[in-house]
Design a protein around this ligand. Structure first.
Ligand SMILES: Nc1ncnc2c1ncn2[C@@H]1O[C@H](COP(=O)(O)OP(=O)(O)OP(=O)(O)O)[C@@H](O)[C@H]1O
Length: 906
């Protein structure tokens, strides 16, 4: 034990600093839903201000510390609150992009001002030694631990007892309510941001004292320790976050005592401890804790791209230009080669981030492993160049699959965190090992392609090889984006839930896209490594993955243009124009662009100009033009009556923590009828739907469909069995057209859980899907809007599209959740008519949750009435209308009165 004490003291000291940063991170996350990746960078600023005042201008350390902690804390608190407010309507991708932008801005400004090398600082806290349990401890360590403890206790007491602290807690729970009570949520959030940033700035000088130097990298990367500590505190509990920080410090320090080995990988474990903890926590933490509260969905951008004719023209011109590069590039040729390898990398990143909407921050790691695998295969094993390149890509595919595991559990910021943690873990444990780049620092041997009859290993020859690989990659990615998988990915980006309830095994889709993306990133890494000649770990720094994602977020255009633009911005600009600090200025520009793109999504070209270009290019995609729909006079599926089935819910109970949303509920819904499920707000209707479609696991009870117990089936499997649904809060694939949405409603079950079918349709699939979509679109009166992008349509139309999507699918029972809300009286009547028609002609069943009682009474044959999660009545519309129990549950509801009168008159 006595031997252990020094490690415990070191661990407590560093852990205290981690705890401080983590507390600030949690506080700001709680009030704004923003995980600030730049939180460590804010600590860096205070460290540099302290350095400038104390070391360069000889200000006494207490004054320098006060100025750097309070000054930077206040300024950053105010700035960050403004940015967080501007980001309120932004989706999670843009939130991540904005904070990476801030990180780039801060770190590169610091590097311009103070250089990239560590600056030494003499310890300024007292270093006299005191004896604790027989161990000599310097006073500075005691001070650091005490400062963190006092700050944590003060923060806790402030939260519990002060009015402002209570307001901060209230703003987390219900900002509107706080506003109504007369306290400005903005002011409260501002205070929280100032406190949060001050906790970061406080850790800056403390860490400088412990490390004896200031540098950008170390302090900025501390955000990972902070994230790990915050994860241990479930991203919400301040005391647990403090304990989490201490735990990480202790785990790191104590493991150095016990891990003494010559094995390079095992010996790297202590320094990688925070990344290991973060990654493992992301894998094992209960999913419920990883749900971001009230996070905005992906923004509804109506994407515009050049008409195909112009794209082909631009493509030919670009290819011609790229083909002639060796003729005029001179000594810049190498940079053009690097640029092309980045095109491959950015296409791979874009497939994940832009097409499928998943922010993964580990592509630098995929690239590093690809480079290493290629070196081993081509250099050590002597495998022919092209085979080695493809094999290097394939080696990384299983790693992509492993990363897809957290992607299945996590989304948004948490996926970004887990993947960044993975990248840093690989970097700190494996980069220096002989498995990867080795300790000698000489770099990998990267053979270039060699043919006896063609000079491929010259600079020019190699340029053309990389150009060829980039073109093939672009072709494959563009084809993929336009293929069935591309449609699934775009749908997944907009609403994975809707995709799952359309019958698609979304996890498989995720797995596929991660594997494909990892494959191309590995190829890019190998090519980039060949360009560098002898790459080392530094060529693939894990943090650069965040820069790639940010860069892609600010680039316009569809594949492959965004990749080309991004690669040119990253490599070619600084190749031709390189004043001192150019790369820093460029990164600052990326950072500023990322912040502005996140805050103010680019509007692109004015609509008039776009329309003109569309006309010149012979396309007019934005105008909702009525494509000649070949809807048959009779629905081709009308003749096909489905076999009778029954959805049965037995003894269902659903609890959310202490709240029982549904209690011992039974229900039957038959094919060939419309069954109503009504009840006041909060009665538990949507919860029952979620259980039936597999989105919620009930606390008790079971669900059977067509005689089979489906209680344990996934949402996609239930959809494939014939249960379709719409959502109370419309879940459409907003970036797609009406026709694409409805067609995918049919294609979903065909893609299902089959890896090949998700990639390529069977013969005839496409025609069947288009035909089913045309029918459904015509049935719902949407023919005129078939080519309109759904994001641009009214709520009423969007409800109809959701119904059409369901009708295009091969479903036998539809769960419709408040489908008429947003429709006017005329549309509702027509809607009721459509429902009756499909039930009559196709024989499907409908379970209808609806607040429009007139519609319910009009179309339903049997109705279940629910209140506070329990059935209060069941019967025919007449019986329901006559029931005093129902009337008292709906006390004051005019709708019920009107509808009741309608029933009695009928
Ligand atoms: N994921 C959840 N976590 C905690 N509570 C939940 C969750 N989902 C629903 N609830 C609660 O369960 C109860 C039933 O909600 P539900 O949405 O099923 O009601 P509803 O009848 O559909 O209401 P409405 O007509 O307003 O949509 C409500 O008190 C709601 O706040």
């Amino acid at each position: 034990m006595h031997d252990l004490l020094p490690y415990l003291i070191i661990g407590l000291t560093s852990g205290s600093v981690y705890a401080l940063i983590a507390l600030g991170l949690v506080l700001t996350y709680k009030v704004s839903n923003i995980f600030n990746l730049a939180h460590g960078a804010i600590a860096t600023v205070s460290a540099y201000i302290f350095y400038a005042l104390h070391v360069q201008h000889h200000v006494s350390w207490p004054l320098a510390a006060l100025a750097s902690v309070v000054g930077a804390g206040l300024v950053f608190g105010l700035i960050m609150e403004r940015i967080a407010k501007a980001l309120e309507g932004a989706d999670f991708t843009m939130r991540i992009v904005a904070t990476v932008g801030i990180l780039l801005l801060i770190t590169n400004t610091c590097q311009l001002a103070f250089g990239s090398f560590p600056l030494p600082v003499e310890p300024f806290l007292p270093v006299n030694v005191v004896n604790i349990f027989g161990v000599a401890v310097t006073v500075d360590r005691i001070i650091i631990v005490a400062v963190a403890l006092i700050a944590t206790v003060a923060l806790y007491v402030f939260f519990r007892n002060s009015r402002l602290g209570k307001s901060i807690r209230a703003v987390v729970d219900n900002a509107e309510l706080l506003d109504l009570s007369g306290t400005s949520p903005t002011r409260v959030r501002r205070v929280a941001w100032i406190i949060g940033c001050t906790f970061a700035t406080l850790s800056g000088p403390l860490l400088v004292d412990t490390l004896g130097s200031v540098d950008v990298g170390t302090l900025t990367a501390l955000v990972i320790q902070a994230f790990a500590a915050a994860a241990l505190g479930s991203f919400s509990s301040l005391p647990l976050t403090y304990v989490g920080g201490l735990f990480i410090g202790l785990a790191t320090s104590v493991s150095t005592k016990y891990i003494h080995t010559s094995d390079q990988i095992v010996s790297a474990i202590p320094s990688a401890m925070p990344f290991i903890i973060l990654f493992v926590l992301m894998l094992v933490m209960p999913k419920a804790r990883l749900v971001v509260r009230s996070m905005m969905k992906r923004k509804l951008h109506v994407r515009w791209s050049l008409p195909p004719r112009f794209q082909i023209g631009t493509g030919i011109a670009t290819l011609t230009l790229l083909f002639t590069v060796p003729l005029w590039a001179g000594y810049h040729l190498g940079d053009w080669t690097a640029m092309l390898s980045y095109v491959v990398l950015f296409l791979s990143v874009g497939l994940l981030v832009r097409t499928s909407g998943q922010v993964a921050l580990c592509h630098a790691t995929f690239a590093a492993i690809g480079a290493v695998a290629f070196s081993k295969l081509a250099h050590e094993a002597g495998i022919p160049w092209l085979v080695a390149l493809v094999l290097a890509g394939l080696v990384v595919v299983p790693i992509g699959a492993i990363i897809a595991i957290p992607a299945i559990r996590l989304s948004g910021t948490f996926l970004a965190l887990a993947t960044l943690g993975f990248g840093l873990l690989v970097q700190s444990v494996f980069y220096q090992s002989s498995w990867m780049f080795g300790l000698d620092g000489f770099g990998l041997a990267m053979p270039k392609p060699h043919l006896s009859w063609l000079a491929l290993d010259t600079d020019t020859g190699f340029y053309y090889v990389v150009l060829a690989v980039a073109c093939v990659t672009a072709l494959v990615v563009v084809t993929l984006v336009r293929s069935r998988l591309g449609r699934l990915l775009r749908a997944m980006a907009d609403s994975p839930q809707a995709l799952a309830t359309a019958g698609v095994s979304v996890n498989l889709t995720r797995l596929l896209v991660f594997c494909i993306s990892a494959f191309f990133a590995a190829i890019a890494g190998a090519l980039y490594g060949m360009y560098i000649v002898a790459p080392t770990g530094q060529s693939f720094d894990a943090f650069t993955s965040a820069t790639y994602v940010t860069l892609l977020a600010i680039m316009s255009g569809i594949a492959p243009w965004y990749a080309l633009n991004g690669a040119i911005a990253l490599t070619i600009v600084s190749s031709y124009w390189h004043p001192t600090g150019m790369s820093n200025y460029l990164q600052i520009l990326f950072g500023l662009s990322a912040i502005s793109v996140a805050i103010l999504p680019p509007q692109g070209l004015p609509a008039g100009v776009r329309a003109k270009i569309d006309r010149w290019g012979g396309a007019n995609p934005e105008a909702p033009k009525a494509r000649q729909v070949t809807a048959p006079k009779r629905d081709i599926r009308r003749g096909r009556r489905i076999s009778p089935g029954r959805l049965e819910v037995q003894d269902l109970t659903v609890r959310f923590g202490g709240l029982t949303a549904v209690r011992n509920f039974d229900l039957e819904a038959h094919t060939g009828t419309i069954t109503g499920l009504i009840g006041p707000n909060g009665a538990g209707k949507t919860t029952i739907f979620n259980v039936c479609s597999g989105l919620i696991r009930p606390t008790g009870g079971r669900v059977t469909f067509a005689g089979a117990d489906i209680s344990r089936l996934s949402p996609a499997a239930r959809a494939r069995r014939g249960i379709g649904r719409t959502y109370q809060h419309i879940e459409l694939w907003d970036s797609m057209t009406v026709r694409q949405n409805v067609t995918l409603g049919h294609e979903g079950a065909l893609a299902g859980s089959n890896i090949v079918r998700q990639l390529v349709p069977m013969r005839g699939d496409r025609n069947a899907a288009v035909s089913a979509a045309d029918d459904a679109i015509a049935l719902c009166g949407l023919t005129e809007l078939a080519d309109a992008v759904v994001a641009s349509l009214s709520t009423g139309k969007r409800r109809l599209i959701e119904l059409a999507r369901c009708l295009a699918g091969d479903f036998t029972l539809l769960l419709l959740d408040e489908p008429s809300s947003g429709l006017d009286a005329f549309e509702t009547e027509a809607f009721g008519h459509v429902l009756r028609q499909v039930v009559e002609e196709r024989g499907i069943g409908i379970l209808l949750v609806e607040h429009d009682m007139r519609l319910v009474m009009d179309v339903c044959e049997y109705i279940y009435v629910l209140d506070f999660g329990e059935e209060i009545f069941r019967g025919t519309p007449h019986e329901v209308a006559a029931s005093t129990v129902v009337r008292s549950a709906y006390l004051g509801s005019e709708e019920l009165d009107v509808a009741t009168r309608a029933v009695h008159l009928a």
